[in-house]
Design a protein around this ligand. Structure first.
Ligand code: ADP
Ligand code: ASP
Ligand code: MG
Length: 435
């Protein structure tokens, strides 16, 4: 008998019919003799709708109240799902994040899990019942206030519970057949990947592939939780996220063979895109020692996670330079305010905000040992008539900023240039709005 944690995303439980369909799958897993813990997201686009509703009430709602509001979405789906399972003759009980023992720090809106104490979940399993847990939420260990884990956080709840319960597997059920070489909504020719390492999935998730939340992948790697991403709409085998690049090496092979082995792995894992960022340009920064340090101290103090940074050498006659950086849309307002507050100290001339950018990234553990990858990527964008605005690279990733309205074309152009298109027909997207 296995202990399985299954997570169903919002698109898999968007209406009563879907909830009943998912309940059947859960009841089957239980009847097959497994201990089953289910993590569920809010129905359909509920979280976005609650966010819109709050924005209609106040431009800056108190974060504590925001978290109480958003956790309501998962309370609706968890109780309805428990009812649907009960109706099939299998006992099920639903729990909030707090009841399930998900303890977090105090950061509303993007709290980190600090401990998992799932006593009530264990008791429920011991009674032979299915435990349903509301995703994306926990409780501040310091003051018992409800917190949320950030968008897509139900994936993190599932992985954390799988680690805390020492589950055999963590299954993430969604509206596509697994992890693809690009978002199938944008690149219908995307190919399904059978297995991907934690490192590659980390880069894909960090670059915007929202099929798995970044924190969930970080957690899975740290605790060695195998994650199985698959569709709740089909019986297809999905994608397994586990292991590291080094696992591909056979320990019994000769040293030459060990050197060679990873080269047989695909050079490229996939293309990811991200629309969640904006660009701020600080115009006319005096080119003197310590300016960048001071600017990014101010940005960090505002709690902003920056991504790419570009600074040019100053034009000799002005002694001034421009610094651009990208950041989440959600942080633009607070970051601009923080920078404007020190405008006279930093003596820059102007701040420009660009909301219309997109980022496309090519990810692959094998690319570091293959020359010419960048040239091929830039060539693909040139041939598609797409201008490059910013570039950044890591050992296993190249990212490029383009105009937002060119982003979809950029994804397809790069995907095709690296011969990632499938020869098995178009990828299926079963549901969801992609919001
Ligand atoms: P859920 O509601 O199940 O949490 P999400 O919308 O968060 O679903 O994630 C699934 C979506 O992720 C897919 O519908 C797809 O559009 C998108 N996606 C982005 N990149 C990828 C990728 N590389 N492989 C598969 N899906 C991807
Ligand atoms: N409902 C939350 C969101 O939409 C959490 C999740 O779905 O994972 O972000
Ligand atoms: Mg999700």
């Amino acid at each position: 008998m296995a202990l399985v944690v299954q997570k169903y995303g919002g698109s898999s439980v968007s209406d009563a019919r879907s909830i009943k369909r998912v309940a059947k799958r859960i009841a089957e897993a239980r009847r097959a003799g497994n201990d089953v813990v289910v993590v569920v997201s809010a129905m359909g686009d509920t979280t976005d709708e609650l966010l819109d509703l709050a924005a209609d009430i106040s431009p800056r709602p108190p974060q504590r109240e925001m978290d109480i509001l958003l956790t309501a979405g998962e309370r609706i789906s968890m109780s309805l799902l428990a009812m649907a399972i009960d109706k099939l003759g299998v006992k099920a009980k639903s729990f909030t994040g707090q009841q399930a023992g998900l303890l977090t720090d105090a950061v509303h809106g993007k709290a980190r899990i600090v401990d998992v104490v799932p006593h009530r979940i264990r008791q429920t399993l011991e009674k032979g019942q299915v435990a349903i847990v509301a995703g994306f939420q926990g409780v501040n260990r310091g003051n018992n206030d409800v917190t949320t884990l950030g968008r897509g956080g139900s994936d993190t709840t599932a992985v954390a519970l799988a680690a805390g319960l020492d589950a055999d597997v963590c299954e993430i059920y969604t509206d596509v057949d697994g992890i693809f070489t690009a978002d199938p909504r944008i690149a219908p020719g995307a190919r399904k990947i059978d297995k991907v390492t934690y490192e590659e999935m980390l880069e894909l998730a960090a670059s915007g592939a929202k099929v798995l939340a970044l924190r969930a992948v970080e957690y899975a790697r740290r605790y060695g939780v195998p994650v199985h991403v698959r569709s709740s709409f089909s019986g297809k085998p999905g994608t397994l996220v586990k292991g590291t690049h080094g696992d591909l090496i056979d320990p019994n092979a000769s040293s030459e063979e060990q050197e060679e082995a990873p080269m047989e792995d695909p050079i490229i894992s996939g293309v990811a895109h991200d629309r969640s960022e904006a660009k701020i340009t600080i115009v006319g920064v005096p080119d003197t020692l310590g300016q960048a340090a001071r600017i990014f101290e101010v940005v960090a103090a505002a709690g902003t996670n920056i991504d790419m940074i570009v600074q040019n050498v100053s034009a000799a006659d002005t002694g001034r330079t421009d610094i651009s950086f990208t950041l989440p849309h959600a942080d633009v307002r607070s970051t601009t305010a923080a920078l404007n507050a020190v405008k006279s100290e930093l003596k820059f001339l102007d701040l420009q905000i660009d909301d219309e950018i997109g980022k496309v990234s090519l990810v692959g553990a094998g690319m570091k040992s293959h020359p010419g990858i960048s040239a091929r990527l830039f060539g693909a964008l040139r041939d598609a008539g797409i201008n490059i605005e910013m570039i950044s690279t890591s050992e296993i990733r190249i990212s490029v900023v383009t105009r937002a309205d060119s982003l979809d074309d950029a994804v397809r152009a790069i995907h095709t240039a690296f011969e990632l298109d499938s020869d098995e027909g178009e990828a299926v997207v079963y549901a969801g709005t992609g919001r």
